[in-house]
Structures are given as structure tokens and as C-alpha cells.
Design a protein around this ligand. Structure first.
Ligand SMILES: C[S@@+](CC[C@H](N)C(=O)[O-])C[C@H]1O[C@@H](n2cnc3c(N)ncnc32)[C@H](O)[C@@H]1O
Length: 376
């Protein structure tokens, strides 16, 4: 099987693309980046993203009719990405949620001011029951319900029917508890009762109205170098985006979603295994080099590697030089065929613009490399 021509997201209806937006994820790249790479490498048969985040590459591969494998060390990313490979009906998702909720209360409700202000008491009770049940489930329907829950967990309070379960909060990242409580208290914003099942139902209907066929693949939760070493398949197209240099908030900004997946009910400030957590620029380049080397070992001769990379302005560094140095240091047979500034595709935002508070002047580049016929 090879990729069907898939130049831009404008080739698909909005309904077909909705599942890709099941839950926002910090520094997600636009769907058009992997779609363009798939179009440029129409001979591709199996796609890999070793830093898959919310699974944008996996969804692009699915649209192009190809299986794809994603790896991410962040449980929130892996949970969202898994849903990108699943095909279930909205009715199945709602049925599972209803069965869980009708099965009676489960799990311990977290205590403290934040929780009392963030969710209405009954809504929180439902949330905790769903959290507890879903932790042990691995079926495709549970994967989808989990991703839907992550997407509706927090967001703005709208005027009409609610779209989110929380009190007023951004949808892209979770506010820190002290800040959030102060915000709600000063505005006297007490949480309103939101029916979890009703929000799930509306969201599932919208997301799954016209999902494309699934074409297989898998998402692994773990470190990319270690996971790649344990894989058996070979790939001929890799489209990825490592953490931008200087970016360290993947875990703490997603703390409420991490809690829903079984994490602690406080903000975790560590960032276990995150590649961006290196003591120096040289160590970061070396860590990236290891990923490119491990990727090469799982790729067929002639495979393409397309990377979008950037650096926060505060990091005061040249992302192009860093990335090229990491490919060189990998010594794995990747030869660079194209380097360019990340394009601004029509009607879609650049990844940098989604950093919001991190600043908008991030320099982003796209690098394409090809694996030598005889990998080293
Ligand atoms: C720029 S984001 C990828 C975003 C993705 N392209 C998307 O559209 O959602 C980089 C990802 O690398 C992950 N990551 C960081 N260190 C990792 C490691 N050692 N192994 C696997 N994934 C890692 C982060 O958790 C983050 O999700």
C-alpha cells in the first residue's frame, strides 16, 4: 500500500478533520505539515513519529491511507494520539460512558479548595468515576472516550449549552491551582452543574460524525530511543517535531489532564524523561542525535525524515544549527536534502503561534533528510 495524494487539509471536509482536534496539545503542529510530507513521498508505506504529541502525523497518515506508529513520553500526548488511530461510533462512546456512570460511584474525590471551585460537586463525582473506570480499560471505545474526556475537562464557560466540565479556564493548558482559585473568587464565579454525559454526547457526535477509515498502527507511551529499540517494523517516512529548545512545560501545563489519566491531584513539577530537560545545549543535541540514530535503525534505505524544529526566543540559539548538528552527530546515514523556514500554510496557524504566552517570535525550520542506501 502507498499513500494517496494528500497535499493539504483543504482536500477533506471539516467533519473528517474534527477528530484531529479532539484535545488541544501544546506545540502541536498543523495537519498540513505531515500531509505535505506524505504528498511529497507518495511511495511511503509506513509512517513513524518518535515525538508524536497529540498524533497529528498519525492522523495525516490515516487520511492518506497508511498505518503509523507514534511514540511519546507524556501520558497526555499518548492518550490523545491513540484516539487518532481508532474508529468507533459516537453511540458506542456514549453507551460506555452511560454504563460506567450507571454502575455507581467509584474512586476517591480529591479534596481542597481548587477542586471545590473548579467543578460542581456532582460533576466532579462523575468525573472521578469515569477516571477510575477508564484507567483499567484498553478497548478502542475506551481509548476514544478517554480522549473525549481530556478534551472536555477544562475550557471556557460559554453562554449557551456547556462544552467543558470545569469552571472558567483555558482549554489549551490548565491554570495553576492558586491562580485559578483567586481568579474565580475575585469574580465570584462558582462552578455550575454540567452533565458529564450530555457534554460527552454532544462532543462525540461532533467529532465522530465523519471519521475516516482507520489503517492501523500503534501508539507507545515511553522514551523514543528505548521504544524504537524494541520495535520490529520498518518505516520509510518519518515526520516529527522534537520539543522546541527551551520549552519545559509539557507536563505541568497539562496537570489536570495528567490527573485524569491517573496522575497526582497536584501540579507535578518534574518532567520525567522529557528530552528538553537537558543541562546544556550540547547535551540536548546529543540526546536528539540518539533519537535520529535509533530512528535510522528502524528505517528502510532511502527513507525520508522530515523534522519541524524551533527554539524559544529566551533560549537565544539557532534552531537550524542545533538540528543540523544533531543529525551530523547521529552518524547514522541521514543526509540533509532540504532546509527551509517553516511555511505558513493557507488558513492554518503556524505551530509557533500556538505558544501564546511563551512568545510569538519563535524561529521554526523544516529539515528533510534521506537515509543512505546502506545505513551506518
Ligand atoms: C513538539 S511536541 C510534538 C507535537 C506533535 N507534533 C503534535 O502535533 O502534537 C514534542 C513531544 O515530544 C515528547 N517527548 C519529549 N521527550 C521525549 C522522549 N524522550 N521520548 C518520547 N517523546 C518525548 C513531548 O512529550 C512532546 O509531546
Amino acid at each position: 500500500m502507498t499513500a494517496t495524494a494528500a497535499i493539504s487539509s483543504l482536500n477533506w471536509s471539516e467533519d473528517t478533520l474534527r477528530l484531529n482536534a479532539v484535545c488541544p496539545y501544546y506545540t502541536m503542529f498543523p495537519l498540513d505539515f505531515p500531509l505535505q510530507q506524505l504528498a511529497a513521498h507518495a511511495e511511503a508505506t509506513r509512517v513513524l513519529d518518535p515525538f508524536c504529541g497529540r498524533g497529528t502525523t498519525l492522523y495525516a497518515a490515516r487520511l492518506a491511507g497508511l498505518p503509523a506508529v507514534g511514540i511519546d513520553i507524556n501520558p497526555v500526548a499518548a492518550a490523545i494520539a491513540q484516539a487518532k488511530l481508532v474508529r468507533v461510533t459516537p453511540a458506542a462512546v456514549v453507551r460506555l460512558a452511560r454504563t460506567i456512570l450507571e454502575g455507581g460511584d467509584q474512586g476517591e474525590v480529591p479534596e481542597g479548595e481548587f477542586w471545590r471551585w473548579c467543578f460542581d460537586e456532582s460533576t466532579l463525582r462523575e468525573l472521578v468515576t469515569l477516571r477510575e473506570s477508564l484507567r483499567a480499560m484498553t478497548t478502542p471505545t475506551s481509548v476514544m472516550l478517554r480522549a473525549v474526556m481530556l478534551g472536555i475537562l477544562h475550557g471556557p464557560r460559554n453562554k449557551g449549552v456547556p462544552s467543558y466540565l470545569s469552571n472558567q479556564m483555558p482549554r489549551t493548558y490548565a491554570s495553576k491551582p492558586a491562580y485559578a482559585v483567586k481568579f474565580w473568587k475575585t469574580r465570584e464565579m462558582t462552578p455550575v452543574r454540567v452533565s458529564t454525559l450530555a457534554v460527552i454526547e454532544r462532543r462525540a457526535e461532533r467529532l465522530l460524525k465523519a471519521v475516516p477509515l482507520a489503517h492501523g498502527g500503534k501508539v507507545y507511551l515511553g522514551d523514543s530511543v528505548q521504544t524504537l529499540a524494541s520495535l520490529r517494523q520498518n518505516f520509510d517516512l518519518v515526520v516529527t517535531s522534537p520539543p522546541y529548545y527551551g520549552m519545559r512545560t509539557y507536563v505541568s501545563d497539562q496537570w489536570l489532564r495528567s490527573w485524569f489519566l491517573g496522575g497526582p491531584s497536584e501540579v507535578p513539577y518534574g518532567s520525567h524523561g522529557q528530552i528538553a530537560r537537558q543541562p546544556s545545549q550540547g547535551a540536548f543535541i546529543e540526546a536528539l542525535a540518539q533519537v535520529w540514530a535509533a530512528t535510522a535503525r528502524r528505517c528502510l534505505p532511502g527513507a525520508r525524515l522530515a523534522i519541524r524544529f524551533g527554539a524559544l526566543p529566551s533560549a537565544r540559539t539557532d534552531p537550524e544549527q542545533m538540528l543540523l548538528a544533531s543529525l551530523e552527530e547521529a552518524g547514522a546515514g541521514w543526509s540533509v536534502t532540504d532546509v527551509r523556514h517553516a511555511g505558513t500554510p493557507p488558513k492554518r496557524k503556524r505551530q509557533a503561534e500556538q505558544f501564546g504566552k511563551a512568545g510569538s517570535a519563535i524561529e521554526e525550520i523544516d529539515v528533510v533528510a534521506e537515509l543512505a542506501d546502506q545505513p551506518r
